[in-house]
Design a protein around this ligand. Structure first.
Ligand SMILES: NC(=O)c1ccc[n+]([C@@H]2O[C@H](COP(=O)([O-])OP(=O)(O)OC[C@H]3O[C@@H](n4cnc5c(N)ncnc54)[C@H](OP(=O)(O)O)[C@@H]3O)[C@@H](O)[C@H]2O)c1
Length: 314
């Protein structure tokens, strides 16, 4: 039984977001764009972190055309795949943004067909989707804590594909690389650190900060056309025509719910609850136990602090 009724969670539950500030990554397309639009339409201030400044400017133009010139939207350049860029963006946020009601970690790349290393030396999906977010979240944590805010990670059902654990002995997939395995590992790592963060916050008595993991199901966005192989583009192109996918707007609902819904249980995993959890009413659904494996999560956290050189001030 969905806790939000038959239709699941929808933005109709948000009355107003006037006075709230949301920092969100990857708003130039897909679920991030739709989430930013809905937050702005409810009166929130939105700070967008995007890698491409020109696309960011165009996004603001589009949002103003759709919602009017009075929306409170700002943009800061950030390439999640480069640690120096993430650090600069975090510095800029801390300098220019007074509070963060929620940091929504939405941006990602997926199904990269060949092993590529980031400038920091990590496999591209692990470096962008995982280490990029690890650093961003840690650096913004002090302001989120001060704001009694939330951290929302947009994961993927991919957490339950691939090898379903972290390949500690070959994190970069120098052996047996596949785009799907590497993507799945990066999404599992993202989700695991959210549940690990919840435990760390609880241990430290910092229960006013909340952390949530969700996913958009199977949504019609640019994800595969941006970074996937030709074959994946064909497969996802065909899938987009089937009822096994939903609009990018609906794909944005889980992250919007996690960012705004009061009294949401943190231990759950949120996404569509319909067929295969790809589509349907948004709510909590089953999470496989490997996503909460304490031994792996703890080892991953320590490794991430060592790899990034960033320590969380919890
Ligand atoms: N669509 C699905 O069915 C699906 C399924 C499972 C999970 N997800 C997750 O949903 C989230 C949103 O993806 P989407 O489907 O909306 O895809 P999308 O349409 O491709 O949007 C991804 C966004 O992330 C940005 N981005 C990519 N790499 C970046 C980087 N290095 N630095 C900063 N921003 C970067 C993109 O910017 P550019 O415009 O510059 O490329 C774009 O704004 C992702 O976390 C993805 O893993 C999606």
């Amino acid at each position: 039984m969905n806790q939000f009724g038959k239709k699941g969670w929808t933005p109709n539950r948000i009355e107003t977001l006037i006075g709230k500030t949301y920092v969100i990554t990857g708003t130039t397309s897909g679920t991030g764009f739709e989430a930013a639009k809905i937050l702005l339409s409810k009166g929130a201030k939105v700070v967008m972190l995007n890698r491409n400044s020109k696309k960011s400017e165009n996004t603001i133009i589009t949002l103003k055309q759709e919602l009017g010139n009075n929306i409170d939207v700002a943009s800061i350049q950030m390439d999640l795949s480069e640690q120096p860029s993430v650090k600069n963006a975090a510095k800029e946020v801390l300098k220019t943004v007074a509070k963060i009601d929620a940091l929504i970690c939405n941006a990602a790349i997926a199904q990269v067909p060949k092993q590529i290393l980031t400038v920091d030396g990590w496999e591209s999906q692990m470096g962008t989707n995982y280490f990029g977010n690890f650093t961003l979240q840690a650096l913004l944590f002090p302001l989120i804590e001060k704001s009694k805010g939330r951290i929302v990670t947009v994961g993927s059902l991919g957490y339950d594909m691939g090898i379903k654990t972290i390949k500690f002995d070959d994190l970069n997939w120098n052996h047996n690389y596949t785009g799907n395995n590497a993507y799945s590992q990066s999404k599992l790592a993202q989700i695991m650190t959210i549940y690990e963060l919840q435990d760390k916050l609880k241990e430290a008595g910092k229960t006013e900060v909340k952390a949530y993991a969700c996913h958009p199901g199977s949504s019609r966005t640019n994800l595969i056309s941006t970074s996937g192989s030709f074959i994946m583009k064909v497969i996802f192109g065909l899938m987009k025509l089937s009822p096994l996918t939903q609009t990018a707007e609906k794909g944005a609902y889980p992250q919007l719910m996690c960012a705004t819904e009061p009294n949401l249980e943190q231990s759950e995993f949120y996404g569509p609850t319909g067929r295969s959890n790809w589509v349907g009413p948004v709510g909590a659904h089953k999470l496989e136990p490997h996503a909460k494996d304490k031994v792996v999560a703890n080892k991953l956290w320590k490794l991430s602090e060592k790899e990034t050189g960033i320590k969380w001030n919890i």
